[in-house]
Each structure stands twice: as C-alpha cells, then as structure tokens.
Design a protein around this ligand. Structure first.
Ligand code: S3P
Length: 174
C-alpha cells in the first residue's frame, strides 16, 4: 500500500512503541524506523550513555534532526522516543507528515513495566522517585501526546492486539 505520509507512534516510555512498530511493519510490509535506535547509530552509544556523556540537549538535537530527515520521506512506520513530542518543531513535522497514534498508558502500568526484569534503563528515571516523577511527566506530556490523530488505550494489551487496532483504524485490508 502506498502512503503519502508516514505512520508515527508516540507515547510515554514503556508504552511499547518499538514492539508495536515492528509488528506493524511485519503486518503491513512498511519499513519500521526507530528514532532512538537511529540516534544511537549517530552517537555509536546507547541512549543511557548518550545522556551521561553528551547530555540531553545533544540527544534532543539529534532526535529532531533524525525525525525531520525521516519525515522528508513517506510510507514508513516511525517509532518516536517518549520525549520526541516535547519540541514544537517535532510536533509540527509529525502533524504535517504523519498519521500519528498515541499509545496511551497509565501511571500504574508504567510503574509496573519499569520494574519488570529486562526492561531497559531509562536515563530520565535514574535515581529519581518514580512515584513522583511518572505522574509529573505524564501531566506535562499528555496534552502534547494528545495532539496525535488517534489515541489507542494500550494498558495491559498485547503488542498484536494494539497493532491490529492500528491496522483497522488505518483501513488496511491485507
Ligand atoms: C525519553 C524516552 C526514551 C528515550 C530517552 C528519553 C523521554 O524513549 O528517547 O530516554 O524523554 O521520555 P522510549 O520512550 O522509547 O523509552
């Protein structure tokens, strides 16, 4: 299927943007591009280390550059980082060049997921009181995620289930 825009997945850390994006890619045949992974390729270092050594401003700058480069193309599934929506220019490019899905999760879900063994470390959470930080970040960010075209309630659902809902909302017939 040809798309003149891209499909973008936004939402808070642990919402499953990468896994849902990979599943959607298999399901639709469209390529999946993960913004965090592409920043890591530029830095040749994992996100955690980028924050420690180069700092968050550097990460945000490269994140914006990659998003705008990706959005110059079309027909891709783009997995954003949890904070990609923070910059107004990123939200503008998402609005113009993507059909955007917000994978929405609750405070309780994020808390549980972050504590699961094997969940990657998030630099923004390091050494912080999660009971305060998660609700505060969600309060700041939810109005920005809510600029998405579609909201998918994601709490406790499987990756396949969420991906199928996106496929249905897009009207894919394959
Ligand atoms: C961030 C979320 C992370 C990553 C970085 C910053 C954020 O992505 O981009 O740690 O500001 O919420 P995930 O949402 O994929 O964990």
């Amino acid at each position: 299927m040809l798309l003149s825009k891209n499909i973008a997945l936004v939402g808070f850390m642990t919402a499953g943007k990468t896994q849902v994006g990979e599943r959607l890619s298999v399901r639709t045949g469209l390529p999946f591009r993960d913004v965090d992974r592409l920043v890591e390729e530029v830095a040749k270092a994992p996100v955690q280390r980028i924050f420690e050594t180069l700092g968050e401003p550097w990460f945000r700058q490269i994140e914006s550059r990659i998003l705008s480069e990706l959005c110059a193309g079309s027909g891709q599934i783009i997995g954003c980082g949890g904070g990609t929506i923070l910059r107004p220019e990123n939200r503008a490019v998402l609005r113009d060049r993507c059909v955007t899905f917000w994978l929405r999760v609750s405070v309780a879900y994020v808390r549980t997921r972050l504590e699961e063994p094997g969940t990657p470390q998030r630099p923004l959470m390091a050494g912080r009181d999660l009971d305060l930080l998660i609700p505060e970040l969600l309060r700041q960010r939810e109005p920005l995620y809510d600029e998405a075209d579609e909201v998918i309630e994601t709490d406790g659902r499987t990756v396949d289930d969420v991906a199928e809902e996106i496929v249905a909302r897009l009207g894919f017939t394959t």
